[in-house]
Design a protein around this ligand. Sequence first.
Ligand SMILES: [Zn+2]
Length: 363
Amino acid sequence: MLIIDSHQDLAWNMLAYGRDYTRSVMETRQIEAGTSTPKRNGDSIIGWPEYQRGNVAVVFSTLYATPAKRMESFDTIVYRDSETAHRLYRDQIDLYRRLTDSHPDKFRLITSTPELDSIIEHWSTPVQNGTGHPVGLIQLMEGADGIRSPHELPEWWDMGLRMIGLAWAGTRYCGGTSEPGPLTDEGRELISAMADFNFILDLSHMDEAAAYESLDRYEGPVMATHANCAAVVRDPDTNRHLPDDVIRGLIERDGVIGVVPFNTFLKAGWKRVSGSRREEVTLGDVIAHIDHICQLAGNSLHAGIGSDFDGGFGLQSIPPELDSIADLPLIATKLIERGYTETDAENILGGNWLRFMRRSLPS
Ligand SMILES: [Zn+2]
């Protein structure tokens, strides 16, 4: 059973914390022991050896920078204007290029269906002694402030960008987390230009007003790389989770939603900084979100996993059954215990994203 994980901030971690994802989780934790990194971002839960153990074949890897209006004292990758955001995102594109050029045995960029299929084929063939499989990276922009104008979309496309989320906090394109609002005129113009390329639109972090409008308006593929169900977590303090009507809209558009195994998104009020304990949340809470999507859909074809691991949280903030990305297959075990079939579990762990990407990427 192969896993496709629809959200990881790899470049941001490499730049902000100097993390090297060719290393194992244990090596990274040892190197960072006694530094301020685990305090800020938690102990790392991602590493190439763990991708191998967990059968994580493909990752949607982000371009991410923090807007100055939302920066915390320790943030280092911060933008105040779209020029800076643009440069910071370009740096991350360059970083993925260097990573995949210098370690083609470990990481490869995916920009088309043949490249996707060659990674899947590699993972489906037994490894030669001592080697492993290359993890495929599909580049995703999280928060579109780095796109200065729709005229530069051809450049981003040529650099291998295939997915764009307009929001993180609100951007000049639309309302976002903690900043309610619809698409702006610039947002409408951007998504109309995105459709010409068939860019994939990520609704994660969009405020619901913007999400409904995008579902109506956007002509290309839509999905949510990392978002949980508002009806399950019931957290009145945030608009970060998807209302049922947005989930229904995504299902109607044949989208997929990557559920996030992050305790703060699983239990309202859970905060590491306030001393919440890992044991207050379980893997069962992750299953509840997946199950809610499957109940709304009436099938297992629209739920996926978008771990967001190392994306501002680590070991201390995930359900206690998990130690690293290598443990994601436990979600399949839990689903099957809950009455899901093996095929359902395969769909949810990777099959749904695989079909979605095969019909959305250029051939
Ligand atoms: Zn995010």
